[in-house]
Write a protein that binds this ligand. Structure first.
Ligand code: ADP
Length: 463
């Protein structure tokens, strides 16, 4: 099967969140299943392709050809989506319209007729829009089916009406049946309407987004897709996330030597200037600091949690959360560490060195951190929503995590207390840790689900 995979970020080249992890790991897993993959992303600052062509670069790695679409004015910027004010660049329609057109033109230029074009999120959604508008009569793509994967409904790529002309499609598509959304241009909506299949990253989130609130206004459009809207659970790459061969952590460990986690805990405490004490209950968090991630309830709960325990936070995001968390850190120097940066190495150290990993998300399309935590024998503590509901079962129900059912700081505190109590029972705690390290959230399983979906789609007649 020939697949063109389009994503605005790919781990190894550019990453701001889970999308990048998926965009690296899923193509790699598909290649192992004999698919032919071309992956398309913009040529951002800092990316050095192996070969430069006139207006794109290429790199071949792991059997995949990566295409980097060049436009220095659009893509050579310090940050990939947002300006210093924290808002989407106002010319993102132009930027990603340019990117999307180039994807289709390059496919023709290199004569790669894809069976499937698989786009991700609003940044790449226009590829599928163009396929059904500007290229609808193009014989080259007559047998191509299009898939859009939504990693988060909260990011839709919405822009003022005046930006519509930059997309370059007939103005009849500025209509509520297509790209128009309450007077604005909505790129994700266009992608949903025009894609043959829409997927999201967990079964529960796939159901949730067809309901008010979770669908962020697009619940009706999604509900209309019927069986062409499904959830496929994300996975993680165990080549990157494996404490037995992780060179970024203080001490590697396998499931049979979990006592070595102590070295990682002490190392983390020392590096971050926390009280060095292996008996302390340490909770960690590695996250975008966005409203979605539960920072509100966590900051309300922190004072109580920090009376007895330690908390380590690594994250970057909204300035208001930076401020709140840094102020708390000043107050609790020996028990709270807040690192406001994006840092792979510290992330690995946190997964390895903590006892519990916090995911108090208000909503969560899938979440990767809980799967990573299991592998590092760090138990996730989560709000029951989206992908977290699909992957974390409470220890009291025989699972390997701590779950609360109401988005509220009191519930969070109660659950932390329950986890801390469980931590004191060393024997039971160790047996839960052993169990979760055996969980398998590998891309092999997820990739076969994607292939089944592609095959089913290819059997359908062109509409
Ligand atoms: P989202 O895509 O909503 O940000 P996910 O749970 O799907 O959330 O993926 C988050 C990924 O990004 C995980 O691999 C997590 O470890 C990583 N990550 C998030 N923030 C940081 C950070 N500040 N430094 C390093 N890694 C981070």
């Amino acid at each position: 099967m020939r697949i063109a995979f389009c994503s605005s970020e790919v781990f190894g080249f550019a990453k701001t969140g889970g999308l990048a992890d998926v965009a690296a790991a899923l193509p790699a897993a598909l290649v192992k299943r004999n698919c032919k993959l071309k992956v398309f992303m913009p040529l951002y600052k800092g990316i050095a392709p192996q070969k430069m062509h006139k207006d794109y670069g290429t790199t071949i790695s792991g059997g995949i050809e990566f295409f980097f679409i060049k436009n220095d004015e659009y893509f050579l910027r310090d940050s990939i989506y947002v300006g210093k004010d924290g808002r989407d660049y106002p010319d993102s329609v132009e930027r990603f319209a340019f990117y999307s057109r180039r994807v289709l033109e390059i496919l023709k230029g290199i004569d790669f007729k894809p069976d499937i074009i698989h786009c991700n999120d609003w940044q790449a959604a226009l590829v599928n829009v163009y396929l059904k508008t500007l290229y609808s009569k193009d014989k080259f793509f007559e047998n191509t089916k299009s898939v859009l994967t939504i990693h988060n409904m909260a990011y839709q790529g919405m822009f003022p009406k005046k930006k519509f002309s930059y997309i370059g499609i007939d103005k009849k598509y500025f209509d509520q049946k297509y790209l128009e959304f309450y007077g604005k241009v909505n790129l994700l909506k266009g992608g949903i309407v025009f894609s043959d299949m829409v997927t999201t990253v967990s079964p529960t989130y796939a159901k949730q987004i067809k309901t008010k609130g979770y669908g962020c206004g697009l619940e009706g459009v999604l509900a209309q897709k019927g069986k062409h809207e499904i959830g496929i659970l994300n996975a993680i790459d165990y080549n990157i996330w494996d404490p037995s061969k992780d060179e970024l952590i203080f001490q590697e460990y396998s499931p049979s030597e979990l006592e070595k986690k102590t070295v990682n805990k002490l190392g983390l405490q020392k590096e971050l200037g926390l009280g060095e004490d292996s008996s302390k209950f340490v909770l960690g968090m590695v996250s975008r600091l966005a409203e979605q991630k539960g920072i509100d309830i966590l900051s309300d709960a922190l004072d109580t949690i920090l009376e007895e325990h330690q908390v380590v936070i690594l994250g970057l995001g909204e300035p208001r959360y930076h401020k709140i968390l840094k102020e708390k850190e000043k107050k609790f120097k020996k028990s709270l560490s807040v690192s406001l940066k994006f840092n792979e190495e510290l992330a690995h150290k946190i997964y390895a060195g903590c006892d519990v990993f916090l995911l108090p998300s208000r909503f969560e399309p899938c979440g990767l951190s809980q799967m990573i935590s299991y592998k590092y024998a760090t138990l996730p503590l989560v709000n029951h929503t989206g992908g977290l509901a699909d992957t974390v079962i409470d220890v009291e129900a025989g699972g390997g995590g701590f779950v609360f059912n109401k988005y509220d700081s009191k519930e969070l505190i109660r659950t932390v207390k329950r986890a801390a109590k469980a931590f004191k029972d060393k024997k039971t705690w160790q047996s839960i840790l052993k169990k979760v390290t055996k969980y398998n959230f590998s891309w092999e399983v997820a990739a076969s689900r994607y292939i089944r979906m592609y095959e089913k789609l290819l059997r359908e007649k062109n509409s």
